[in-house]
Write a protein that binds this ligand. Sequence first.
Ligand SMILES: Cc1cc2nc3c(=O)[nH]c(=O)nc-3n(C[C@H](O)[C@H](O)[C@H](O)COP(=O)(O)O)c2cc1C
Length: 364
Amino acid sequence: MDIVSLADLKQVAKEKIPSDLWDFIEGAAFDEITKRRNEEKFLDLTINPNFLIDVGNRDLSTTVFGEKIDFPVMIAPAGAKRQLHPEGELAAAKGAGMAGTLYALPTASGYSIEEVAEVASGPLWFQLYHSSDDITEYLVKKAKNAGYSAICLTVDGPTSAPKEKDLRNNFKRNPELYNGSFRERPEFVRSTDIIAPDFADFTPEEYQGLTWDRLDWLKSLTNLPLVIKGIRTVRDAVLCTEYGADGIVVSNHGGRQIDRTLSSIETLYPITQAVGGKLEVYFDSGVRRGSDVFMALALGARGIFIGRPTFWGMAYDGPAGVKLMLDILKSEFDRCLAFGGYRNLSEIEVGSVNIPAHWPVKLP
Ligand SMILES: Cc1cc2nc3c(=O)[nH]c(=O)nc-3n(C[C@H](O)[C@H](O)[C@H](O)COP(=O)(O)O)c2cc1C
């Protein structure tokens, strides 16, 4: 089968991935309503095309904290890659670099921060789950020394979020495939004796260690930009500006943490209206087409991250499959620019799309 869309890639990947691992990757919280909503709400948006414009020379590139990427699509941090493919995070980093974009390495990586840096040819972010001060200090220092460009703190996992499919399947992670950065410090490896643990699984007590008023401590560990991932409300976005974050990722974790929230795309425009210009705003959850990328940029995102489709590409063909997935999105996005009458990203604005009247214009 020729792969021409991410939907094709998904179909082929599903045949290759063991069903319990497929469920883990595809799964989301409870009834998976937010996960579905993430994709469905993109369909409410429509594009306004403009013609008789010279779009012969299109520039899809942008910058992320000053670093150039060839197009505004990046790979989201997501654990389980080494359980899926022997090259795991190395494959994702290679594929992102080959496509000319950025890879965000998760804390729960089968390969170490340094091993991934060695094979990457594009920029890297390090995604941090905070569980204790000494582990965070250790990880942030490693990321800084290995040349990562930003620390991306994921904040939307205050407690355990086992997925029902994983409980039914009795799905177990192999700890060796998730703790590559802890090989020299095995005492830092979190307990994996619960069913289907996720690296975002904290007890509320553990999470107490990091709150808004302690972000200055985190910032004091490094001069790298600090990005907060998992923002869903204007309130939290404004707090990010007040507490000195350099960027945010508007994200609901692909619906994996809490069900029955708004889709991520519905929350984007109110947030960029409130804080756009004060920090760099990125977006993820539900992007499956270049037109989705276009919509998110029109609503104020500087770039977007891709979660599950990275696994599909990797299952299909390792690093080359990740590149293929990104290339498909790039060419679809490029077509949106050409047919929309845009030569570069700065020309895309909110009037480029129609937002339905029933969407929330204000968020708490
Ligand atoms: C299998 C899997 C593991 C994930 N692990 C992490 C993680 O370790 N850290 C994190 O910040 N987000 C994690 N995420 C969430 C992604 O970074 C991203 O927010 C989400 O996948 C975007 O939604 P999408 O899958 O619809 O593109 C994970 C997602 C999946 C599918």
